[in-house]
Write a new protein. Structure first.
Lengths: 328, 287, 262
């Protein structure tokens, strides 16, 4: 822990400080943005977890957003119907998401690349269909309402209390980043990255790729479930709309735009996906198309995302400095 | 017993469509390793083509089919040439996103062109025939008949024609195929045109039987996916057989049990198959 | 007990029999070579033994234990390391990181210790880096100097060497080298030959597939020759170079095909 704190402690400290002042910064732009930023925080948990299975383990998991949905439904149902305390409900919802993710992984992770992707697409639709059709349990297309609020001691996190929710959302976001960070920089992380780079070679180098993919899938799904549970509690109602193909694409595109396989990339991605459409809205009716165009431009020209651009700039600066030193 | 046969009969009709959708998608998967999510939308477009001809021009089903084939082939060429060709080398994620772009464009085009309301197409073959113990409309017989013809045609194509063999070669190794003089880009074009035409024909055949609207495509794409993966990766024949099997099992399930949850049947089959035979029932490659 | 013993090993792809009923053995400490014209089944044989392909017949034993059709990661854990034709490596990573992956099957830290860094896992990570450096140093040839440059920025030869280092760091008892000197210039080839001998001298048995005749004849003690999936000869380099069938296999394939009908 000590060496970690030395290397990265400062970064995390800066992060926490930023979050502490965040509500005030946003307040300067206008309190209307506070809501958007709560979503950025919660959605960020989704992209951070997607980054684990996609950016670090290299799998295209189209069903991932469904884990968000399952976390939302799971914790909401347990909270509404069984009257369980919010935090326990959150945990249970996330565990449910984790288990569903593991099940999907168990079925599909034997398949390669494209075939894994399309099978997860099928599962995404399946989950969406179940959530829509099991009206007794989930309220169908209309969804659930009256999702319980989190509370600590006597204090209740009312959705209207944006400041509290920003702290809550970003607090969990930082926790998720921390978890993924630890995993990625460990022996397990090395195995995942090896799988991403070249699965056959990883297998021949003693790595049980199926098991590791499963673990990655399980953790990603669990984390996404946490995000979903928070989202449900904040919004107060949930519908199956998130378990569809377009939301799944948005999440992945966001991850790509921010920068897959980096720590900050998914957070930037969440900002893009949630903030950009709002900003573009100011330009008129066709904002969604513009957003699509921007997305496509990124994917073609900047496939390593914003973090990739930063990395190239850094490399260029370093090269320039060393050339100066050598006196060329 | 009668009911059983009725259900099986329905299943054969539905299965024909599943088989055609799956075979088309399997074409492009194995030859181009490409994720074509717009498959369902092209199918829906086929339904619209038949509907347009029958209701707006001449009440001739065969003309409707013809238009469907032509539109399918042309659309397939356009999509391959202008959308997918740009991303062959770019990795699955980019292909996925482009594919989705095509989906959205097609959906919007159909919505704007035909209205977003659910559409039905009148059947021109309403005559009910009694075969043995059960009654069937001519339309359904045509569906099954045409599918059998098409499946046979596809097998002949791949095994007897020069182009069919060239395509199999391309599927095995595009590099090697290129080296023996096969124009790989042309193979891809033809494969995609064929895939799209199969989808539109399926749509046209079913237009008088099932209602359709612009946003219903994904459902069919997912079915095609399930059939391909369960039926066997790389095996077009397997896709056909699995398509029929799924159609029949689904029909039996819907008939005897809960109609609402029929969509889950395919998934059960998929899960079971993947666990006991990971390469699919008739699969050749290990996925 | 032989280190590797294969009996009736067969692998088919549809109608094509790529490896046809091959028997062979390798003793501990040997430098054993495998040669054959293009398409004779050398890489397929490697892949079938190391679990990439499922066999269609026959058995393979490693130190007496049946390892036929085990998955690749278990084969590696048992003590068989390998490289791949075409310098297969983890491209975005540096040579050092590449080789650290190789230590995976000899280490234990898991998810728990990733989240809560225990003393054990920290020590293990340090050890992993040290042993990875050892592997890099054993290979040499500029690999240590390049250890922190992403492999995708390095030359083909450097990537091949990284591949060898990865295999070495898995602590193998035997290493399968699939055409390791492809793409090397004469100086590099000489150095690579020294490297292979060095590897054997550390106690690791070597199973070498190569095209370069001079190289393989130069260092191998025993050689097996494949042609069209069949084993057509086995013996010392001298015996092999004088074997008529082998000569014909390389020079005149029609002759080879005629005698091999059936």
């Amino acid at each position: 822990m000590r060496s970690f704190m030395r290397k990265k402690g400062f970064a995390y400290l800066v992060g926490v400080a930023l979050v502490a002042v965040l509500p005030h910064l946003i307040g300067l732009a206008g309190s209307a943005w506070m809501h958007t930023f709560v979503i950025v925080g919660v959605y960020g948990i989704l992209t951070v977890s997607l980054n684990l299975i996609r950016g670090y383990t290299g799998q295209i998991c189209i069903s991932h957003v469904a884990m968000y949905g399952i976390g939302a439904y799971g914790s909401a149902l347990v909270g509404i119907k069984l009257g369980v305390n919010f935090w326990l409900a959150l945990l249970i919802g996330a565990l449910m998401a984790g288990m569903v993710g593991l099940f999907i992984g168990w079925v599909s992770l034997g398949l390669r690349g494209v075939y894994f992707a399309i099978t997860t697409l099928a599962f995404l639709r399946l989950i969406g269909a179940i959530l829509t059709n099991w009206i007794g349990l989930t309220g169908g297309e209309v969804g659930l309402y009256g999702v319980p609020r989190p509370s600590i001691g006597g204090f209740v996190f009312e959705p209207t209390n944006r400041v509290a929710w920003i702290y809550l959302a970003f607090g969990f976001l930082i926790l998720s980043v921390f978890i993924v960070d630890r995993i990625v920089n460990s022996r397990m992380g090395r195995a995942l990255i090896a799988i991403r780079e070249d699965e056959d070679l990883a297998k021949s180098t003693g790595i049980n790729t199926f098991n590791y993919k499963m673990i990655s899938m399980g953790i990603s799904s669990f984390l996404a479930g946490i995000g979903g549970g928070l989202y449900g509690a904040y919004m107060g109602t949930i519908t199956p709309a998130d378990c569809a193909v377009i939301p799944s694409v948005m999440a992945m595109a966001g991850l790509v735009m921010g920068g897959q396989g980096t720590m900050l990339g998914p957070i930037i991605g969440s900002v893009f996906v949630n903030l950009l459409p709002e900003l573009l809205r100011l330009t008129g009716e066709y904002y969604f198309i513009m957003f699509g165009v921007i997305m496509i431009l990124f994917i073609i020209f900047l496939p390593r995302g914003v973090m990739g651009v930063i990395a190239s700039l850094r490399a260029r600066l370093r090269a320039r400095t060393s050339i100066k030193e050598v006196g060329v | 017993m009668e009911m059983f046969l009725v259900f099986v009969g329905n299943g054969v009709v539905i299965g024909s469509i599943y088989a055609m959708l799956a075979m088309g998608l399997s074409f492009t998967f194995s030859i181009m390793r490409l994720v074509n999510f717009a498959h369902g939308e092209i199918y829906v477009l086929g339904s619209y083509m038949a509907w347009v001809v029958i209701t707006k021009f001449v009440a001739n089903f065969w003309l409707g089919l013809l238009l469907a084939i032509v539109v399918g082939a042309v659309l397939g060429y356009i999509i391959e040439r202008f959308a997918y060709r740009t991303v062959y080398q770019a990795g699955y994620l980019s292909q996925f996103l482009v594919s989705l772009g095509v989906v959205v464009i097609l959906q919007e085009a159909m919505r704007v062109g035909f209205s977003g309301l659910t559409q039905t197409c009148p059947t021109l073959f309403p005559t009910v025939r009694v075969i043995g113990k059960f009654a069937v409309t001519d339309q359904r017989l045509i569906v099954v008949g045409m599918t059998i013809l098409i499946v046979a045609g596809i097998f002949l194509f791949f095994n007897r024609t020069k182009m069919g063999k060239a395509m199999r070669a391309t599927r095995g190794s595009p590099l090697a195929a290129g080296m023996v003089g096969i124009s790989v880009p042309r193979m891809r074009s033809v494969a995609f045109m064929g895939c799209a035409a199969l989808a539109t024909v399926a749509g046209a055949l079913l237009a008088p039987i099932f209602s359709f609207q612009p946003f219903i495509g994904m459902r069919y794409t997912v079915v095609a996916i399930i059939v391909i993966v369960a039926g066997g990766i790389g095996s077009i024949g397997g896709a056909a057989i699995a398509g029929y099997a799924l159609g029949i099992i689904e029909s039996l399930f819907a008939g005897y049990l809960l109609g609402q949850w029929t969509f889950s049947v395919g998934f059960f089959i998929l899960i079971v198959v993947l666990k006991f035979r990971p390469q699919g029932l008739f699969g050749k490659e290990r996925a | 007990m032989r280190l590797i013993e294969a009996n009736n090993l067969t692998k088919r792809f549809g109608g094509l029999v790529a490896v046809n009923n091959v028997d062979f053995y390798i003793d501990e400490g040997e430098l054993f070579g495998l040669i054959g014209p293009n398409g004779s089944g050398k890489t397929v044989m490697f892949n079938t033994i190391t679990g990439i392909y499922k066999s269609d017949g026959g058995k393979v034993a490693f130190s007496g234990e049946d390892i036929t059709d085990l998955p690749p990661h278990k084969i590696n854990a048992k003590g068989i390391g390998r490289t791949f034709q075409g310098s297969k490596v983890f491209l975005s990573l540096t040579p050092l990181q590449n080789v650290m992956v190789g230590r995976h099957c000899r280490t234990k830290s898991h998810l728990g210790s990733a989240l809560v860094r225990t003393g054990f896992s920290r020590r293990e990570d340090r050890e992993t880096e040290e042993k990875a450096m050892h592997a890099l140093e054993l290979v040499g040839m500029g690999l240590v100097e390049a250890k922190d440059i992403p492999v995708m920025a390095l030359t083909y030869v450097m990537r091949s060497l990284t591949g060898i280092a990865i295999a070495l760091s898995t602590d193998p008892k035997i290493i399968f080298l699939d055409e390791p000197i492809a793409g090397m210039n004469p100086t590099e080839i000489t150095q690579a030959m020294e490297l292979i001998k060095r590897i054997r001298d550390t106690g690791i048995t070597v199973f070498l597939v190569e095209h370069n005749m001079k190289a393989i004849m130069g260092i191998c003690e025993r050689i097996m020759v494949l042609n069209m999936g069949y084993k057509i000869a086995e013996g010392t380099p001298q015996e092999i170079s004088q074997n008529e069938e082998v000569v014909q296999a390389y020079l005149g394939r029609e002759y080879g095909a005629e005698t091999k009908q059936g």
